[in-house]
Design a protein around this ligand. Structure first.
Ligand code: CIZ
Ligand code: SF4
Length: 319
């Protein structure tokens, strides 16, 4: 409608005025993902968001996602201004892994290589030997395991458990979880499969092991999108944030996607599987941020330099 068109036009004009580019995550509001595409920004997972922002010529990055994504962008491009629509958008994995406790945990196991998921604060990354996202975790852990290294993994225990089972590596797991993925129910997926027996089940490995066990494909957001395109199935049950349906539906207009149930009954809840922190990103706070320059991300210089080391190992990793 007219109000929406006006809000979009305002953000577009401000992006131009501020020499800014919009870098959005797959889990944000479809409106934001569409706007990122229309304006030459990017829609992707956290690894590609980091790469895109670092390579783009804009002097300001407007990061629509959650705080660790803005921090990562700032660490990789300290000379750019990094803005976020809100500084309140965090992540249960980040909250569940405070830097001081984590550092003490690492100190207690000095013989282990520290691998942390991207969904962590700059301070936790600064304590790590490697940063990984879910798209690259298996490859990096495989590589470290082949060298005989023992690992500390943080913060997501479900992803850690999955990587441990797949690689056989010696991994000590931090006890964190994603409040969105942890809610998916194996029994619900089985019930929904009875209604759609030909559906392929796509599961993000932040989900519980019992749900991962039912998957046809387990993978990061970009890997699940790829699976939606390449598998011959016409119907999919998807266990990740439903923001991903924007991209899946765009790339596969003739296929049908159902969100994995968060109840054993197999009922599909439209408000479930939607990260409350990702949902804080909206057209109005994007415009307000660009207008005022508020919500700028700052990372302590020395801390950022330390965090850059494990981040760059990930970005430069080739298997
Ligand atoms: O669950 C998340 O926050 C994900 C999948 C982040 C990412 O790596 O894109
Ligand atoms: Fe964190 Fe989960 Fe939200 Fe991703 S979906 S930002 S892992 S709480």
């Amino acid at each position: 409608d007219a109000e929406l068109a006006q809000a979009k036009a305002r953000v577009k004009a401000l992006l131009e005025r501020e020499n800014a580019v919009l870098v959005a995550h797959y889990y944000t509001d479809p409106l934001i993902q569409a706007l990122a595409e229309e304006t030459g920004g990017c829609v992707s997972d956290s690894l590609e968001m980091a790469r895109f922002g670092a390579q783009h010529s804009a002097s300001t990055l407007l990061v629509a996602g959650v705080k660790f994504m803005g921090e990562t962008a700032k660490i990789l491009t300290p000379n750019k201004r990094v803005l976020m629509p809100t500084l309140e958008a965090t992540c249960s994995l980040d909250i569940g892994c405070p830097a001081d406790e984590f550092s003490a945990f690492c100190d207690a196991h000095p013989d282990r290589t520290v691998v942390v998921y991207a969904n962590t604060s700059a301070a936790v990354k600064a304590r790590a030997d490697w940063v990984v996202t879910s798209s690259i975790a298996l490859d990096v852990v495989d590589y470290l395991d082949a060298q005989g290294q023992k690992i500390i993994w943080a913060p997501d225990k479900h992803l850690g458990n999955y990587v441990q089972k797949q690689t056989g590596a010696d991994m000590l797991l931090w006890d964190g979880a994603c409040i969105v993925h942890e809610e998916f129910k194996a029994q619900g997926v089985e019930t929904l499969k009875q209604t759609h027996p030909d559906a392929a089940v796509l599961v993000h490995p932040e989900s519980p092991e019992s749900v991962v066990a039912l998957a046809d494909v387990v993978g990061s957001t970009s890997q699940l999108i790829k699976a939606a395109q390449t598998l011959p199935n016409r119907v999919f049950i998807v266990a990740t944030d439903q923001g991903i349906f924007y991209k899946m539906q765009q790339l596969c207009p003739d296929k049908t996607f159902y969100i994995a149930p968060t109840a054993g009954s197999g009922a599909t809840c439209r408000s479930c599987a939607n990260c409350p922190w990702m949902a804080m990103n909206a057209l109005d706070n994007m415009a307000a941020t660009l207008e005022s320059g508020a919500n700028e991300i700052f990372v302590d210089k020395a801390l950022g330099e330390r965090a850059m080391v494990p981040l760059n190992r990930m970005l430069n990793f080739k298997n």
